[in-house]
Each structure stands twice: as structure tokens, then as C-alpha cells.
Design a protein around this ligand. Sequence first.
Ligand code: LLP
Length: 418
Amino acid sequence: MNYFNYVNNRLSCENVSVASIAETVGTPFYLYSHKTLMRHFEVFDQAFSPIPHRICFSAKANSNVAILRALVKAGAGVDIVSGGELFRALQAGCPPDRIVYSGVGKRDDEIVFALEKDILMFNIESPQELAVINDMAGRLGLRARISIRVNPDVNPHTHPHISTGLRENKFGIDIEQSLEYYRQARELSNIDIIGVACHIGSQITDIAPFVDTLDRLKKLIGLLRQQGIDVRYLDLGGGLGITYNKEAPPHPTEYASALMAEATNLGVTLILEPGRVIVGNAGVLVTKVLYIKEGGDKHFIVVDAGMNDLARPSLYGSYHEIQPVIRQGTGRLRGDVVGPICESTDFFAKNRDLDAFKRGDLAAVMSAGAYGFSMSSNYNSRPRVAEVMVIDDEFFIIRNRESYDDLIRGEAVPESLR
Ligand code: LLP
């Protein structure tokens, strides 16, 4: 079920016309469908209902407090990778016992923050981090619940920039060595081992790497239990892909069945950390066509959003569908959709067959709900765009467009330069 549909050739989000939102909010802006978000979460969560589980939404995909709040209200926990994400999760009312904390570079102040809030668990990424957390917990008179994030050395067959579970990646601890580190962790006085964690990559469109990983982790859990180490949680990370173009990723129910077939009777609570599959297709980036420029033998459609607003095409060469907000039916146009940024990688589409856009038309860059706003920047001193959520027949600004004043907030000119 898709809540971005054309009604009389006008793109609508649930029951609101996208063009009418643009009139009020201006462009560019991110637009999210609450119904789509909820549906994606519920389908995913339901799929695992036969076994004990917790879905910890990966905040890095989209950390807007309203998005987090909607998911937390529906029962989600949050997967965080920074103090800032912890702050956001708490602002969204997420109970700390539903928060898991991954990341290879947890800072001391971030560790203290998470210990004080008593989050469910730290996913440990290195022996040194384990020692530091033990130390800090001791100093605070607290205990840290941990899993070791193991690197299962599984190839997820995805874009090399977003695969994380290979031995060559910086993430996690080699699965072969992890047993030894678990033994060491057991001796630490302020550490409670509660689980095993991993995350092998993102935009994975095949079930096999997930099942392979689970297989390896099951063996590890067996070995740990033989040593008397208690494993109550198994965190399998995120990574399930979505359809941007022609990809055919497994449906969440298929993914869940494959995992549950392996994980029943394992005696653990399964934790999943999906990001993209929950929010990716629940959001679009709405932009306005500024110019149609004839360049040599092709057209450039210059729009008012840039790679600072949506970095995925320029970073990974990612494909995003580009749809007209109002279908004109006036023919087709082949060309590149580009932004205003002073970089040749500032594009949203290359050599694409598109609606015959003209100056002033609105375009929707589809499937932009995940790693869209959350990766945006102020490059070229562009205020970050507004974020809007539609709920049924109403829309709500869930983040104001930044102002020029926002751009220089916190900047200061030394006295001697005044
Ligand atoms: N858990 C951990 C530890 C992660 O590192 C990630 C994503 C996730 C969960 C969520 O993965 P997902 O379900 O969204 O695939 N910026 C890139 C994606 C980077 C993913 C980083 N880690 C992109 O735009 O494609």
C-alpha cells in the first residue's frame, strides 16, 4: 500500500495535495507520510510476533523527533550511534531500556550519558572500548550491560561504502576472536554481558547473507553458553533493502520467517535495527525546477534542492525515482537533474527519461525518507530544508526551514578583527 498517489494527475500524500503543501511551506522540503511509516513499522514488527523481539529503529536513517516519536509510540526502541541520537531518542520519549548503542567511536562523555540513562545495552566494537566502559561505569558506581558486536565476515553484496560485516571493515570484533573477548568481559567488575550483536551492511536485497550471519552467531552463542556466559539478546542489526528502482528485496515477512526459522528455540530476545526499510519509502524530497538548460547534446534540469539536501546520488551513485508533482502530459524530456551546488557530483539523476519539466514545476525525488535529511548539510551556506509530516488530511511542519541567522548561529568574530 502506497500513500503517495496521483489524484487527478496531482501527487498527493495521504489525503493532502503535495502542491498545496509547497505553496505554504515553499521548496525544497522533505515530506513524510505518517500512515506509510506506521504501516512499515507494523508489518515489520508483526512479522516477528511469534518470537520475543524488539524493533529498535535506526535513528541515523531519520532522526527527526516527530518520526522517532511516532515509532516509539507504536512500540519501537531506538538504535543510536551518538550522544546526539540518545538525546533525540529520549526527547521522543523512548524508554531507555529500549535503546541500543553501536558505533566504533563512542566518546567518553557519550558513554557517561548512556550509562547515566541506563540504556539497554552497549554494542562493543573494540577491546579498548570495553575496558573504557568498564572503567567509567566503575567510577560512576553503575553497571554497563553489553553485547559484543561481532564481525561475521559475511559479504552482503551491497554497495562497498555501506557494507560493514566483512573482515576488512572497521566495524565489530572478528567473530573468531570474540570468544576470547567475551571471556575477558566476564572478568570485568562493572560489565554485565547480555548478548551478541552484529550488523552486516545496508540496502541488502538478498536473504542469504542474513541467514549466513545468523548461522555463525548461533554457533558463537553455543560456545558462549558452554562457557557459562549468559546470552539473552541477539541483535542482528538492520540492513534490509528497499525498492528504489527495480530492486526486489525480500518482503519483511519473508525476511522474518527466514530468521525465525533459525532463531526459534534459541532462547533469546531478537533485536532488529531496521532504518531504511521503515522510513525510506515513507518520505520524498519536493523540489522546484529553476531552469532547463541546454548543455551540448543534453538537457540539464536545474532544481532548487542540492546534494547538501540529499547526498545519496552524489555519494553512492544511488538511484531515486523523480516524479512530477503535477502530471502535465506534455511529453518527455531526457536529461540530468542537477542541483545548484558548485560540484559536478551535485546531481539527482543522469541521462533520465523524465516528464517534460519546465521552469516553476515541482518534482518529487522519491524514496528519500532514509538517509535524506539526516545526512544533509549546510554546504554552500544553504539553510537546511523544512520537514513536513502528513497525518490523514492534515500536514504538520516537523522541522522549520533554517534561516540565514541559523547559518551563523554560534559563529563569532575575534575582537581584534572587528
Ligand atoms: N544498525 C547499525 C549498526 C548500522 O550501522 C546501520 C546502518 C543500521 C542499523 C541501519 O541499517 P538500514 O536498516 O538502514 O540498512 N547512508 C547510507 C546507509 C548507511 C548505513 C549505515 N548503517 C545510504 O544512504 O545508503
